[in-house]
Design a protein around this ligand. Structure first.
Ligand code: NAP
Length: 523
């Protein structure tokens, strides 16, 4: 694609300076296909970039206490907040986000940085964490054991998907930096302008010590081939890429820690007690509607399977279809548009193919793969309207439980009782989050216990929290994010829990006075 003259070149920030890579890809506005920027990474010396981060950023961060690192995160949050409008505009242009989608990403980044800044403040003036109580190892209390958690001395390589360029960068970086590890962040290329601008701003203001934060824009190249035994990789993206990362010879040989956040067929279960006149029913519909349309369904946590008691399936279908009818699809720069395009031409093709696949197991009840977008140039943009499908029996619909359509698409699946709904949801082979909308404690307990081993998070939808809840699709910094099986097997965030990935747990075994002296000297 020809790049317009005003399209900018995004450079990477490696080894403390801005560098331009070769073989650039063009980044476009997904609503208009206007070229906005180009980014390439060919020829960049990624081994040297990692080495610089290890030698420069690592020691600088480890010299600080948790409270001081928390102050860095606070400064990052404040800096992002000061540039909020500019970042929102970029997210609208390069991400196809509505302004509300853009806030979800950018404000989510600031919120997560602030949450970890507070955690750092709470941990105080220490450079390592004591893990649990001391353990007497013999009859005499002198022979003693104590676990400590200390920062790893490598680089935290963080590879993100295209859908959350701000939040993805910030949620991973907040935890690693607080733990004392330097970060090399690689955003998804198609939407990298927001991540790039964030790093540009942070570098201009010199918010972080040299080497503490590096940015690679463009393809990953040979980055992961240079990982050493103290490095870690936090990856977010598709299951296929996650599996490839995990299987890299260098990763296996050096026992590099890998955290994978992959895809998920998140389910929302409507309880049999939530009749259509109830507040819980209304809350459920709102959450499903939000997840289909927010970010055009490009959220790893979005509800894909709408599990409803068989006797209300028709009612849920009609009510959802009616609400979807009110959603205006188009160029998010245009007033009144509630849902923008998907991110790329490839993404659009995948979504269309996915809808065809799901429709083979059931039928399409609302929408179609072609949208009539408002405010987009004729024939341009990667638009698909919201789509609702239904199946007659979840047990006869294999694709619904195995294929993630990363777009504004959900399928209604009827069920008869708690045992059946648990069996159907767990066909998804592990998920990030599922939700149960019910006021019936017996039903909810049975479903929660059935789903818990297969999920990282379970959202309990009730009218009692409707006012304050952002719904199951929002990842909160104090709760874990991740899930077993197809969701990647990873775990991020969760307040203090997230730090463990970037810290080495070590057991000290010896005389109690010596262990206590060491602990005091290390503070
Ligand atoms: P993707 O194609 O797997 O790409 C993810 C990231 O990996 C991008 O930065 C990509 O770079 C990079 N990448 C691609 N090939 C690589 C390789 N061989 N080595 C190292 N890095 C490589 O996924 P996507 O299309 O961006 O994202 C959509 C998927 O992500 C969906 O399936 C969604 O469910 C999942 N997701 C999960 C979560 C979660 O938290 N669990 C969050 C968001 C999205 P380029 O962009 O340069 O190709």
């Amino acid at each position: 694609m020809a790049v317009a003259s005003r399209a900018i070149t995004l450079r990477s920030h490696l080894a403390g300076r801005w560098v331009e890579g070769g073989d650039p890809q063009t980044l476009v506005n997904p609503a208009t296909e206007e070229p906005l920027a180009q980014a390439g990474s060919a020829g960049l010396d990624l081994a040297a970039a990692l080495d610089f981060a290890r030698r420069t950023g690592g020691p600088a961060l480890r010299a600080l206490t948790f409270a001081e690192r928390g102050q860095l995160l606070r400064a990052m949050a404040d800096t992002l907040q000061a540039h909020r409008d500019e970042l929102l505009d970029l997210a609208v242009r390069n991400g196809g986000n509505t302004r509300s989608d853009a806030k979800f990403d950018v404000d989510g980044a600031t919120f997560t940085l602030s949450a970890y800044a507070e955690i750092g403040k709470g941990l105080g003036a220490v450079r390592f964490l004591v893990d649990g109580e001391g353990i007497p190892l013999a009859r005499s209390p002198r022979f003693h054991g104590q676990h400590l958690m200390v920062p790893r001395q490598g680089v935290a390589v963080q590879v993100n998907a295209f859908n959350f360029p701000a939040w993805g960068l910030a949620e991973k970086a907040a935890v690693a930096l607080l733990a004392g590890m330097p970060v090399l962040s690689k955003p998804g290329t198609s939407s990298a302008m927001v991540a790039h601008r964030i790093v540009e701003i942070l570098a201009e203001k010199q918010v972080l010590p040299a080497g503490a934060f590096s940015l690679l824009v463009g393809g990953a190249g040979d980055l992961l081939e240079h990982l050493g035994p103290q490095d870690v990789v936090a990856f977010t993206g598709s299951s296929e890429t996650g599996a490839r990362v995990r299987g890299l010879p260098q990763v296996i040989r050096n026992s590099v820690r890998v955290n994978v956040e992959a895809d998920s067929l998140n389910a929302a279960v409507l309880g049999p007690d939530a009749d259509p006149a109830s507040e819980t029913y209304d809350f459920f519909l709102k959450d499903v509607l939000r997840d289909i349309t927010q970010k055009a369904g490009q959220k790893c946590t979005a509800i894909r399977r709408v599990m409803v008691p068989a006797h209300v399936a028709d009612r849920v279908r009609d009510d959802l279809a009616e609400r979807l009818r009110a959603v205006t699809v188009g160029n998010p720069a245009h007033e009144g548009v509630r849902m923008g395009p998907v991110a790329t031409a490839g993404q659009l093709e995948d979504v269309r193919k996915g809808i065809d696949l799901l429709a083979r197991d059931g039928r399409l009840v609302y929408g179609d793969a072609d949208a009539k977008p408002v405010g987009a140039p004729p024939g341009k943009g990667f638009f698909v309207g919201p789509v609702l499908l239904e199946v007659e029996a979840g047990a006869d619909a294999p694709s619904v439980h195995s294929h993630e359509v990363f777009g504004p698409v959900a399928t209604i699946v009827p069920y008869e009782g708690p045992a059946e709904v648990v069996e159907l949801v767990t066909r998804g082979r592990g998920g990030l989050v599922s939700s149960v909308y019910s006021e019936d404690a017996a039903f909810t307990t049975e479903v929660v216990m059935g789903l818990a081993p297969f999920h990282g998070r379970i959202f309990l939808g009730s009218a009692k929290i409707a006012e304050m809840s952002p719904g199951p699709g929002t990842v909160l910094p104090l709760l874990v994010h991740g899930g077993p099986g197809r969701a990647g097997g990873g775990e991020e965030l969760g307040g203090l829990r997230g730090l463990a990935f970037y810290l080495q747990r070590v057991a000290l075994e010896g005389s109690r006075p010596m262990i206590e002296r060491i602990a005091t000297r290390l503070r």
